[in-house]
Design a protein around this ligand. Structure first.
Ligand code: PLP
Length: 361
C-alpha cells in the first residue's frame, strides 16, 4: 500500500502539514507565545476547577458554551453580550468555521500579503478559492489597489489581520471601514495581537455596532499566555453567530476547555500583567535592530519583523546554533523574532551581533 493508492483529494497531494519547526532550543522566540507561564496560584485554581468538573465527564459539555461566552463578552466590553460572541478551539478553528459558513466551493476569500500563512490553509481545507493582494512597502493596505481587486474578485470573506502577522502592522479603523464599504461579504479583522497594540492604536471592536458584516476575532493564545489551552473567539452580530452554529461540530468545545478558559479569564489581570513589559521590550528590540543598521518594521504586536538579509536562512541557522530559535517567515530577506523575557532578548541580541559580524566579514 502506498500513499498514492489512497483516494486523497487532489488539492492535498504533495502538500506538507503546516507548522513552524518545534525544535527544542533553549531560547524559543518563533511562534509568538507569551514567555511567562501561569502563576502557582493560577495553576492551583485550574487544577481545582478541573477536579470539580471531572466527576461529570460522562456528560457532554454545554454545546453553547454560554457561561464562557458571557465571560468573554464581559472581557471584551464595548457593550457586547454572549449572543454576539462565539468561541472555538483556537481562533484557527473560528476562522475555518467562518469560511465553512460564508465561503466554500465556488466562493472566494481574499487577503493582503504578506500576512498570516494559515489563511490559505483555511481556504484549501474548505475548498474556497484564495486570492491575495499586496501590501505596500510599509506593509499597509493600499486602498486603491484593494478597491480594484475586491471589485474584480467579489470575495465572500476578506481577512485583514490587525496587527498583522508577520509584519506587526495595525490597520487604522478608517481603512477597515473602507474595506467594509468595498467588500460585498464578511470582513474579518483578526486581532490575535490586539492587547499588544501601542497607545493610540484603535481596535475594530468600536466599529461592530455600525457594521453588521464585520467580524473581529481574538485569541487567548498570545497576550493571555494560554496557547496550550486552545481558545479563540470572535465578536460580531448575533446573526453571524447563528450562522456559525450551523457548521460547528456538536460539542466542539470540551468541558475541560470551557472550565479552564473561564478560570484563566477570571485571572485576566494577572495573565495580562506582563503585556506592558513585553511592549517595552518590543519597542526596545525595534530600536536596537535599527541601531544595528537593519530594517525593522513598526510593530503593534509581540514580535518584530526585521531584515533584510541576502541569505536569511544563514542568519536563522546561525542564531539556532547559538541556542536562539526564531522564525523564517515573511517576504524574502526578512526574519521574525517573538518578544521573550529580558534575559531571552539579551541572548537574542548577543547571538545576532555575533552572526552579523560573521556575515559582514
Ligand atoms: C497566532 C495567531 C492566531 C491565533 O491562533 P490560535 O488558533 O488562536 O492559537 C490567529 N491569527 C494570527 C494572525 C496569529 O498570528
Amino acid at each position: 500500500m502506498t500513499a498514492a493508492m489512497l483516494p486523497l483529494r487532489p488539492e492535498l497531494r504533495g502538500v506538507e502539514p503546516y507548522g513552524a519547526p518545534q525544535l527544542d532550543a533553549p531560547v524559543r522566540l518563533n511562534v509568538n507565545e507569551n514567555p511567562y507561564g501561569p502563576s502557582p496560584q493560577l495553576t492551583a485554581a485550574i487544577a481545582a476547577a478541573v477536579a470539580e468538573v471531572s466527576a461529570e465527564l460522562n456528560r457532554y459539555p454545554d454545546r453553547e458554551a454560554t457561561a464562557l461566552r458571557t465571560d468573554l463578552a464581559a472581557y471584551l466590553g464595548h457593550g457586547l453580550t454572549a449572543d454576539r460572541v462565539w468561541a472555538a478551539n483556537g481562533s484557527n478553528e473560528v476562522m475555518v468555521q467562518l469560511l465553512q459558513a460564508f465561503a466554500g466551493p465556488g466562493r472566494t476569500a481574499l487577503s493582503f500579503a504578506p500576512t498570516y500563512s494559515m489563511y490559505p490553509e483555511y481556504a484549501r481545507v474548505t475548498s474556497t478559492r484564495w486570492v491575495t493582494g499586496r501590501r505596500t512597502d510599509s506593509f499597509q493596505v493600499n486602498l486603491d489597489e484593494a478597491a480594484e481587486l475586491i471589485a474584480a474578485e467579489q470575495p465572500s470573506v476578506v481577512f485583514a489581520a490587525s496587527p498583522n502577522n508577520p509584519t506587526g502592522t495595525a490597520l487604522p479603523p478608517p481603512v477597515v471601514e473602507r474595506l467594509l464599504a468595498l467588500a460585498p461579504g464578511i470582513v474579518v479583522v483578526d486581532e490575535a495581537y490586539a492587547e499588544f497594540r501601542r497607545a493610540g492604536t484603535a481596535t475594530a471592536l468600536t466599529l461592530l455596532d455600525a457594521h453588521p458584516r464585520l467580524v473581529v476575532t481574538r485569541t487567548m493564545s498570545k497576550a493571555f499566555g494560554f496557547a496550550g489551552g486552545r481558545l479563540g473567539y470572535l465578536a460580531a452580530t448575533a446573526e453571524v453567530i447563528d450562522a456559525l452554529r450551523l457548521v460547528r461540530l456538536p460539542y466542539h468545545l470540551s468541558t475541560l476547555t470551557q472550565v479552564v478558559a473561564r478560570v484563566a479569564l477570571s485571572h485576566a489581570l494577572e495573565l495580562l500583567s506582563r503585556v506592558d513589559e513585553l511592549r517595552r521590550e518590543r519597542d526596545a528590540t525595534v530600536s536596537w535592530l535599527r541601531a544595528m543598521g537593519l530594517r525593522a518594521a513598526d510593530s503593534d504586536a509581540n514580535f518584530v519583523l526585521f531584515g533584510r538579509f541576502a541569505d536569511r536562512e544563514l542568519v536563522w541557522q546561525g542564531l539556532l546554533e547559538r541556542g536562539v530559535l526564531i522564525r523564517e517567515t515573511g517576504p524574502p530577506g526578512w526574519l521574525r523574532v517573538s518578544v521573550g523575557t529580558p534575559a531571552e532578548m539579551s541572548l537574542f541580541r548577543q547571538a545576532l551581533t555575533e552572526v552579523l559580524q560573521e556575515i559582514r566579514r
